[in-house]
Ligand binder design. Structure first.
Ligand SMILES: NC(=O)c1ccc[n+]([C@@H]2O[C@H](COP(=O)([O-])OP(=O)(O)OC[C@H]3O[C@@H](n4cnc5c(N)ncnc54)[C@H](OP(=O)(O)O)[C@@H]3O)[C@@H](O)[C@H]2O)c1
Length: 255
């Protein structure tokens, strides 16, 4: 049985970096990389030493989950690591975000990780690790990122509760919560810079730093990975300050 790692969102940014660091620091018979852009996944495959299976899928489509399930049934791999990293956000007032975009955020950021995780679990055994890329946006409600932030609340809570249930199978689930991270995420979020609802990105970190932290936490079996003092302070304060006050503070500092 092939020991494999699966990384979604591997064509860019944080997901690409997960594939690179898993390839460098761990050992697998094969890595499955998933996203829509086949050519970017092939480019990634050409720089990894682990044999790669390029799996181009649009994870907003139900049919992709059937395809993923069929692939698992055909190959019956031993999944050692699953990283659900595909995701996107759109910044803007509710009235400026097209309904199909809002629904796609829910589909990709919330529905897809549930589908891939649940279909993968029968192929995981003791010692397997799941990483769900949520966000510090999951710590509280965020005006002008309202749907995006809500999808990350879902993913954060789903991950932590699932991790609790999987303790008996000795499978870990780490909710990875990046703060602002330098990737092409912002091209999509701001429509190429035309959306100005958020213009201050204090404490921007690199994908490399975030992924190093995430994998370290995952190897230790931690249920959450948050990078640095600023983001950990944010998490701590979100537990004690009422949401109504946090939303006012956010509204003052976002521009
Ligand atoms: N950057 C940040 O500041 C930040 C902060 C907190 C959390 N995050 C989270 O980190 C994760 C990765 O984002 P990133 O910063 O690395 O942004 P990114 O560079 O834009 O990467 C997004 C990835 O998602 C994939 N994707 C988008 N739509 C997809 C679809 N319909 N089906 C399958 N894959 C799809 C993209 O691949 P294709 O376009 O090839 O499909 C790409 O590989 C996301 O979940 C994001 O919410 C990012």
């Amino acid at each position: 049985m092939k020991k494999i790692a699966i990384v979604t969102g591997a064509s860019s940014g944080i997901g690409w970096e997960f594939a690179v660091q898993l390839d460098r620091d761990e050992s697998f018979d094969e890595m499955w990389v998933i996203a829509r852009r086949k050519e970017k996944l092939e480019e990634l495959a050409s720089v990894l030493k682990t044999p790669v299976k390029v799996v181009p899928l649009d994870l907003c489509e139900y049919a992709s989950f059937d395809e993923f399930k069929a692939l698992l049934e055909a190959e019956k791999p031993d999944i050692k690591v699953l990283v659900n990293c595909s995701g996107f956000g759109k910044f803007g007032a509710y009235s400026d975000i097209a309904v199909p975009d809002a629904l796609s955020m829910v589909d990709l950021n919330a529905r897809a990780p549930v589908a891939l995780t649940e279909y993968s679990l029968p192929y995981m055994s003791e010692g397997a690790r799941i990483l769900q890329v949520a966000s510090i946006a999951g710590f509280h409600p965020i005006p002008y990122l309202n749907v995006y932030a809500a999808t990350k609340v879902f993913l954060l809570n789903y991950s932590r509760a699932l991790g609790y249930e999987l303790k008996s199978r000795k499978i870990t689930v780490t909710a990875v919560c990046p703060g602002w991270t330098k990737t092409p995420f912002f091209d999509v979020a701001t429509n190429g810079g035309t959306k100005k609802e958020v213009t201050k990105y204090t404490g921007m970190r690199t994908a490399e730093e975030m992924v190093t932290k995430a994998l370290k936490c995952s190897r230790k079996g931690k249920d959450i990975a948050v990078l640095g003092l600023q983001n950990n302070g944010h998490r701590f304060l979100a537990k004690f300050i009422p949401y109504s006050a946090i939303m006012k503070i956010w509204d003052k500092i976002r521009k």
